[in-house]
Design a binder for this molecule. Structure first.
Ligand SMILES: [Zn+2]
Length: 418
């Protein structure tokens, strides 16, 4: 086997294509290897429309970037014919080593996609020595193609969450199939609220699913989400995620703390102590003593903290009935505690929010949908953000969410092995 044969095998060339020439240039930096692929004179090529073997009408010279050959950049050159089919006329043929319109060989693109799944795009672009812009174009092509193949016919339970794509400016809304154990993301779109839900419902319908089949939606308590669900997923019952309840009360508690701090000094570690989850048991000694001081002190922040902590009693309710009963009683007692307390106004607001959404909160005990999946989303967003570091737009951030959080990544691997 000579060098030409090895390279031919590496390229996966088939008749009529054969490697005719190669040239290694070590006078340039980086060194480059140019491979020249040709078909025999007078060869016939399949018409791209019907596959009929046709003669060439004319040729165009094309170049593709191929996988590096050791440290050398490698380029593939070929004269690509247009066939002249008696039925379909003159057509440019597709070459077996690259997809139409790409300046890279399929092997190069596959290597790029494998790397992008494992490391940040900027690092991959440095390693492959191509611009991140061109790399993103490859990523978008494959993610888009795999998204097209997504089968959503069995989607019945959907989780919705949103994240700021760039320092709180623009939003990206992400949809999960709550029944999917792994890679739960099925849709992501810039923007939020009603429009996002509507776009999801359309996407679902074009991927074999049906908006009417969606029986459960888990989301936060924002009005645009809730009215969007009512409009675009009309059969769905809404479960308000417990995580968002706790978040609402935690934010209110922090507001109380800030207001009260203007009037009197707080221990230093208080902020972190009250925001921490007691159950985790990972408090420092200072935080524990800050909490003890807080409760002994009988200030507004201490009262607000107790109100928030008492949510646990609701969370531990064994049945939907018990949950409803506990919420009612909790609201009764806590409302009495906040009445007439100016500093506790944020807590009063949080209580009102809980009251407004009581049924949607209780729904969690009926649908059996817990917040575990949605809580995990923050980790996914962070990973996607750091993978897409330096991303220029939401589309790149979203492509990365799909690549690491949706079945797209696995579909890509399967496509490669067939
Ligand atoms: Zn034809």
């Amino acid at each position: 086997m000579d060098g030409t044969q090895i390279l031919t095998l590496g390229l996966g060339l088939e008749a009529p294509w054969a490697l005719k020439d190669q040239h290694l240039d070590t006078a340039v930096s980086p060194h480059r290897l140019d491979l020249y692929v040709e078909a025999e004179r007078g060869s016939l090529y399949p018409c791209p429309e019907c596959g009929e073997a046709c003669p060439a009408h004319d040729f165009a010279d094309r170049i593709w970037r191929h996988l590096n050959f050791f440290q050398h950049h490698c380029y593939l050159h070929a004269r690509v014919p247009r066939t002249k089919c008696p039925e379909h006329g003159v057509k440019r043929i597709e070459v077996p080593w690259a997809r139409p319109g790409s300046d890279f060989t399929l092997l190069f693109e596959q290597a790029a996609m494998s790397l992008v799944k494992e490391m940040p795009v900027l690092a991959v672009s440095r390693q492959l020595e191509i611009s991140d812009k061109r790399l993103w174009r490859i990523v978008h092509h494959y993610v888009g193609r795999m998204l097209g193949a997504l089968d959503l016919s069995r989607v019945a339970t959907v989780g919705v969450d949103e994240t700021a794509s760039r320092r709180g400016q623009r939003y990206v809304t992400v949809f999960l199939d709550m029944q999917r154990q792994q890679e739960p993301v099925i849709f992501a779109i810039p923007g939020h609220g009603k429009e996002a839900i509507k776009a999801f419902s359309t996407f679902l319908a074009t991927h074999g699913g049906a908006p009417d089949n969606v029986a459960e939606v888990v989301c936060d308590m924002s009005k645009p989400f809730l009215s969007g669900v009512a409009e675009s997923l009309p059969r769905a019952e809404v479960t308000v995620d417990w995580f968002h309840i706790v978040q609402t009360f935690t934010r209110a508690l922090d507001e109380v703390r800030k207001k009260e701090r203007r009037e009197k000094a707080h221990p230093k570690s208080l902020r972190w102590a009250i925001l921490k989850n007691l159950d985790n048991g990972n408090m420092t000694a200072q935080q524990v003593s800050a909490l003890q001081e807080l409760i002994a002190d009988q200030g507004a922040t201490g009262d607000a903290w107790v109100i928030k902590e008492k949510l646990r009693w609701i969370q531990k309710a064994p049945t939907p009935r018990a949950a409803r009963w506990r919420i009612t009683n909790y609201l009764k007692v806590m409302r009495r505690a906040v009445t007439g307390q100016v500093l506790l106004k944020p807590m009063a607001k949080a209580l009102a929010t809980l009251e407004r959404h009581t049924e949607q909160v209780v729904r969690r005990w009926i649908s059996g949908l817990t917040n575990a999946r949605l809580e995990g989303m923050n980790g996914l967003f962070q990973a996607a953000r750091s993978r897409a570091r330096g991303y220029r737009n939401e589309a790149n951030f979203i492509a990365m969410i799909y690549l690491i959080g949706s079945p797209v990544g696995r579909l890509l691997d399967q496509a490669k092995s067939t």
